[in-house]
Write a protein that binds this ligand. Structure first.
Ligand SMILES: Nc1ncnc2c1ncn2[C@@H]1O[C@H](COP(=O)(O)OP(=O)(O)O)[C@@H](O)[C@H]1O
Ligand SMILES: N[C@@H](CCC(=O)OP(=O)(O)O)C(=O)O
Length: 255
């Protein structure tokens, strides 16, 4: 299987912006094992801004320039961490920083597809993030849920897995509605489903459930299934590749 896994800031970082060592180590271990089992993995990783803010000892920035500066710092921290952890399992990582323009121009998209394909042939694990320090608002993808769906579409992935700080899509935000129920399968993204999704539940998260459901729409329209699951339980990825029900599955449209 060719799987795009996206992991959010609220999984990789503690609220103050320091690395969540337990989550990150658990995820890299399982991802490495899944790659060893013969699957192709593409990681879309958030947390550059959050980790940068942590390292610079500043609050999560709200102005664009400080956000971009923090992302420039945090992206180094992120890749240093991935390189080190994946290296323990003899895996090679490759950084790819993308903007909206890379998907919007045919020749850039073509280059991007070719590079990703070659990295996969070479058994390197692409680690993708938005190129935050240069992505001005006009050209910003805005969130990595969308980025994961766009990547999955352009390399014809079998599955996108969004690893969040919550088990899946609920009937309401469980942080404010403790009686909310998990929705295991979404066959069609109706306006009613879209209305269930709210914003981010933590100080570091960007998009919340809203951007995940929008991303699911993009992925499923391209025929790719998307699963939202909890990044704190890395080992659920084993169940996912075995086709067992985990989190919320958005079913891709059949051609
Ligand atoms: N209907 C819903 N079901 C589940 N979570 C929801 C819902 N609506 C809003 N949320 C919020 O979305 C959050 C996950 O998004 P986000 O904080 O951006 O995480 P990530 O960093 O993983 O992208 C949850 O913690 C939750 O508070
Ligand atoms: N590109 C940004 C993350 C954007 C984003 O979607 O964040 P998140 O909601 O934590 O997945 C960064 O690395 O800080």
């Amino acid at each position: 299987m060719r799987i795009v896994v996206k992991v959010g800031t609220s999984t990789l970082a503690h609220p103050g912006g320091l690395l969540n060592i337990r989550h990150t180590e658990d995820l890299v271990k399982v991802w490495s094992d899944i790659q060893n089992a013969g699957h192709q993995l593409i990681v879309v990783s958030s947390a550059a801004t959050g980790l940068g803010a942590g390292k610079l000892q500043i609050e999560k920035p709200s102005d664009l320039v400080t956000k971009q500066a923090a992302a420039a710092v945090g992206q180094c921290e992120l890749m240093y961490t991935y390189d080190r952890l994946f290296g323990q399992y003899n895996h090679t990582v490759a950084q790819m920083l993308l903007t909206w323009e890379d998907f919007d121009h045919e020749n850039r998209l073509h280059n991007l597809q070719n590079t990703l394909e070659r990295l996969l042939q070479l058994h390197a694990i692409p680690i993708i993030n938005e190129n935050d320090p240069v992505a001005c608002e006009e050209y910003s993808l805005g969130d990595n849920d969308t980025l994961a769906a766009l990547v999955a579409k352009c390399i014809h992935a079998d599955l996108v897995v969004l690893m969040s700080d919550i088990d899946g899509l609920y009937t309401a935000d469980p942080h404010t509605h403790p009686d909310a129920k998990l929705i295991p399968v979404v066959e069609e993204i109706t306006p009613e489903i879209e209305l269930l999704a709210g914003g981010a539940g933590s100080a570091l998260g960007t998009g919340g459930m809203l951007t995940k459901v929008t991303a699911a729409k993009r992925a499923t329209e391209a025929g790719v299934d998307m699963i939202i699951t909890n990044g704190a339980h890395a080992e659920v990825l084993y169940d996912i590749v075995e086709g067992k029900p985990v989190g919320t599955r958005f079913v891709g449209r059949k051609a």
